[in-house]
Design a protein around this ligand. Structure first.
Ligand SMILES: [Zn+2]
Length: 241
């Protein structure tokens, strides 16, 4: 999720601190960007096949994990017309999650995973029970739902350019699809690129805008030990973050 208002930032930090083992933090079902879903997307909006597909495997080990993903744009304005091309280019870029042994294909009509660019009200529905407030993006089970307004304009906190923001948004939310979580430390090395799984839209914490997974994030994802397309997680924690 991106661009949390102040009141939500506190909750987000609580979630992060809880991931470190802090006690007593009450977690709200919030965060769109935490990965997961208790509720697959409604089929009235889009068709998602959650069952195992012959086009998708979850092989642990040196073999690549194939992710068959359908990319859908549910908005029609000129500012979003490059969504499909940008998403595909980002996910097939050698600087991206392919470094962790994932390969992406986009042509299967029955792809088990879907990435949607939509207006806030539709994203809100796709992300339930996460609250996205018409503003944020999420990964929710087999669905990655990106907020079209964020695609158009990024956030006030973002200090990079818009193309970089869009690549970051895709890699961050697809990172959740691959089982990745927000890092405990949002900016481990000041003035260095931020982890792609950090909540960069909200605050860079002294790090530089970065759309690509860092080496340690690649190493974590390459373990292939997290469930793909995790359902709603009220208290998400990573295995190596
Ligand atoms: Zn996130």
């Amino acid at each position: 999720m991106y661009f949390l208002p102040l009141s939500l930032r506190t909750l987000s930090r609580r979630r992060i601190s809880r991931a470190r083992g802090a006690k007593g933090a009450f977690l709200v079902l919030l965060t769109a960007c935490a990965g997961g879903s208790a509720r697959p997307a409604t089929t009235s909006v889009l068709t998602v096949t959650t069952a195992a597909s012959s086009t998708t495997t979850s092989t642990v080990g040196p073999a690549a994990v194939a992710i068959s993903l359908r990319v859908e744009r549910h908005v029609a304005d000129p500012e979003t017309e490059d969504f499909e091309a940008t998403a595909i280019a980002t996910l097939t870029d050698p600087r991206g999650w392919s470094r962790a042994g994932f390969s992406f294909t986009f042509d299967a009509p029955d792809a088990p995973y879907t990435m949607v660019l939509a207006e806030g009200d539709e994203v809100d529905q796709l992300c339930l029970p996460y609250d996205t407030y018409g503003l944020y993006s999420c990964q929710n089970g087999p669905v990655v739902a990106l907020n079209a307004d964020r695609w158009r304009a990024a956030t006030p906190e973002w200090t990079g350019d818009l193309p970089t923001y869009r690549r970051m948004l895709v890699n961050h939310e697809v990172g959740h699809l691959l089982g990745m979580h927000h890092p405990a430390n949002q900016c481990p090395v000041p003035d260095a690129p931020a982890p792609v799984m950090a909540q960069q839209s909200t605050e860079l914490n002294g790090c530089l805008p970065n759309p690509w997974p860092l080496d340690d994030e690649v190493a974590c994802a390459a373990r292939h030990d997290q469930p793909i397309a995790p359902p709603f997680e009220p208290d998400p924690t990573g295995s190596c973050q």
